[in-house]
Design a protein around this ligand. Structure first.
Ligand code: FES
Length: 103
């Protein structure tokens, strides 16, 4: 599937990702800046926060209780489309916007 990362300045990176890999790992493996992922993907840091583009919100996995708690700790404002990218496993095309700040 295709994963699109949109930087705060509008710059876009489109990558071909493996199904089942997380959005966070895809960014890390390809050097996409702006996803810090301090805890390495355990839903314990909130520095992998992304905003999912509206067109891709349907069909995402539910926000777990742990993710919900961590989303209250993001450096940039939490919005209705906020997710932790380490908890988003890629099943089909997705586009995410990277927040201004992660820490
Ligand atoms: Fe830490 Fe996602 S990498 S919460």
């Amino acid at each position: 599937p295709k994963v699109t990362f949109i930087q705060p300045d509008g710059m876009q990176t489109v990558l071909e990702a493996d199904t089942g890999t997380s959005v966070m790992r895809t960014a890390a493996a390809n050097g996409v800046p702006g996803i810090v992922a301090e805890c390495g993907g355990s839903a314990m840091c909130a520095t992998c926060h992304v905003y999912v583009e509206d067109a891709y919100l349907d069909g995402l996995p539910e926000v777990s209780e742990v993710e919900d708690e961590m989303l209250d700790c993001t450096a940039s404002a939490r919005c209705a489309n906020s997710r932790l990218s380490c908890q988003l496993n890629i099943e089909s095309d997705i586009a995410v916007r990277i927040p201004e700040a992660q820490v």
